[in-house]
Design a protein around this ligand. Structure first.
Ligand code: NAP
Ligand code: ZN
Ligand code: ZN
Length: 347
């Protein structure tokens, strides 16, 4: 076994602390890479605190992982030592169901192996994520990382990037569409960048008036403060799509009223409590309430290549791993522009 070190939560109420653990030896199809940077996703916090239920402890969070390959198995074709590599939210899936065959491994109907807080395909070996020094993953679940992009800014693309890219592509959001991005955090700011790159008119709907200038710098055309009734009224019935990235409870009926006839509200944020939706909010105007979860391997690679071509990375604040609790506290307050990334050299 390979000795690894990282930061882990031992229970839903304990702070993260240093923890030593083991990773499997590099198998014939495996890639081992040393982790240089790992993004901090709000999902890390939801899961550490067991806000969705069923969390597995000890938990080494982290699913926005980039680094340098140190060892590959004899059968590995895609990677060699020294290459850049990335891993997102998935490290394996059944590979045989219809969704896996369609490159939608995130919707595997048998068993998805999430990068952490999950189990390998044997359904009993726990997975440990990227708040650690090294990782071993089957080459099919390792992404090629473009060399022309700033590496710390690439890390969040592996979750925040693909989670916003995938639904915008699925619903073919682009020129002629009015897209609202609800919540300007890690996911939201990537939603703005992709929406703008795809040619949509992008409005940010935010609870933080202080984010207006930054939103415009990201390329947003308009900014609406969601607590300001007058501003909200001015955009009622105007959007083709709302990309909802909010991590806490919020009133979907209110946001559905901002959609045009036939508009679609796409949930990607995952508040811990179910939402109340009135049938009237969707029947009047034939509206759709939809959702989307991360993205499959082929589309994640497509997104990274698109970012390389269009020079898109995440706007990040680099932190030492010892400052992780402070970062969580600030993330809860919405005080991050727009993703914390851990510099793993600090571990
Ligand atoms: P984040 O960086 O904390 O951003 C969330 C944003 O939501 C905040 O910046 C804030 O934006 C807004 N917000 C937070 N609390 C709010 C409240 N009480 N009322 C109104 N707005 C509030 O989080 P993230 O990493 O982007 O993740 C967002 C959500 O997506 C999380 O629930 C996460 O678990 C989920 N997620 C889902 C997927 C998927 O596959 N679907 C993948 C990754 C993450 P403003 O200040 O602009 O209001
Ligand atoms: Zn995530
Ligand atoms: Zn499958």
């Amino acid at each position: 076994m390979i000795q690894a070190k990282g930061y882990a939560a031992q229970s839903a109420t304990s702070d993260l602390a240093p923890w030593n653990f083991q990773r499997r030896e590099v198998g014939p199809h495996d890639v081992q890479f040393d982790i240089q940077y790992c993004g901090i996703c709000h999902s890390d916090l939801h899961q550490i605190r067991d806000e969705w239920g069923g969390s597995i402890f000890p938990m080494v969070p982290g699913h926005e992982i980039v680094g340098k390959v140190v060892k590959v198995g004899a059968q590995v074709k895609k990677f060699k030592a020294g290459d850049l590599a990335g891993v997102g939210c998935l490290v394996d899936s059944c590979r045989t169901c219809e969704n896996c065959k369609d490159g939608l491994e995130q919707y595997c109907t048998n068993h998805v192996s999430f990068t952490y807080n999950g189990y390998e395909q044997d359904k009993k070996t726990p997975t440990y994520g990227g708040y650690s020094n090294t990782i071993v993953v089957h080459e099919d679940f390792v992404l090629r990382v473009p060399a022309n992009l700033s590496l710390p800014g690439v890390a969040p693309l592996l979750c925040a990037g693909i989670t916003t890219y995938s639904p915008l592509r699925h619903w073919k959001v682009g020129k002629g569409h009015k897209l609202a991005v609800l919540g300007l955090g890690g996911l939201g700011h990537m939603g703005v960048k992709f929406g703008v790159a795809f040619g949509a008119e992008v409005t940010v709907l935010s609870s933080s008036p202080s984010k207006e200038a930054a939103a415009k710098q990201l390329g947003a055309h308009k900014f609406v403060v969601t607590s300001d009734q007058e501003q909200l009224n001015s955009v009622r019935g105007t959007f083709d799509f709302i990309l909802d990235t909010v991590s806490a409870e919020h009133d979907l009926n209110l946001y559905l009223s901002l959609l045009k006839t036939n508009g679609t509200h796409i949930c990607v944020g995952v508040p811990s409590k179910p939402a109340d939706v009135s049938a009237f909010s969707i029947i009047v105007g034939r509206k759709s309430l939809a959702g989307s979860m991360i993205g499959g391997l082929p589309e994640t690679q497509e997104m990274l290549d698109f970012c390389a071509q269009h020079n898109i990375v995440s706007d990040i604040e680099l932190i030492k791993i010892q400052d992780i609790q402070k970062a969580f506290d600030r993330m809860i307050k919405g005080d991050v522009r727009y993703r914390f990334v851990i510099d793993m050299a600090s571990l």
